[in-house]
Design a protein. Structure first.
Length: 157
């Protein structure tokens, strides 16, 4: 690898990157994922008849909370001032699709917050339906798009 890893110092130790010399800019990141579920459970979620209540609303709020807690969960992640978090959840034929977009005006990226929002949303869905569908599976958690900062715009092809 020709480039130096930013989270490794000269002694080969993990450290938090110094971003103090970077310009503050508007940055966004969008991540997605899915929770695969049985048809019966998907029908209950869509009808709002699961025993634990409104799965989608609870999961959406959990995802927002997760994005805000990211630096407490990821050791080298910077605390940032989040401007907005949008979590969309949609019942599809094979599961619940999740999309989270996080926006900031800061000196570092926001991909980890978007990924955490998707992950916590997915985990909350599973927590709410695990007794109904023990085979529930989280899949395809990934960054789909990011914009801002030194690297500009990137989108998954």
């Amino acid at each position: 690898m020709s480039e130096k890893l930013s989270h490794i110092n000269e002694q080969g130790e993990a450290h938090m990157v110094d971003v103090s010399d970077r310009e503050v800019s508007t940055r966004t990141a969008t991540a997605s994922g899915k929770v695969l579920l049985s048809k019966a459970v998907l029908n209950q979620i869509a009808d709002g008849t699961t025993p634990k209540g409104d799965v989608l609303a609870t999961a959406r709020v959990a995802g927002i909370m997760g994005a805000k807690k990211t630096p407490e969960l990821i050791p080298l992640c910077h605390p940032i001032s989040i401007s907005s978090v949008n979590v969309d959840v949609k019942v599809e034929s094979d599961g619940v699709a999740i999309k989270a977009t996080v926006k900031i005006a800061d000196r570092t990226g926001v991909e980890m917050e978007a990924l955490t929002a998707v992950s916590i949303t997915a985990l909350t869905i599973i927590d709410m339906v695990k007794a109904l569908d023990p085979s529930a599976t989280i899949t395809d958690v990934r960054v789909d798009e990011k914009d801002g900062g030194r690297n500009g715009h990137w989108q998954r092809s």
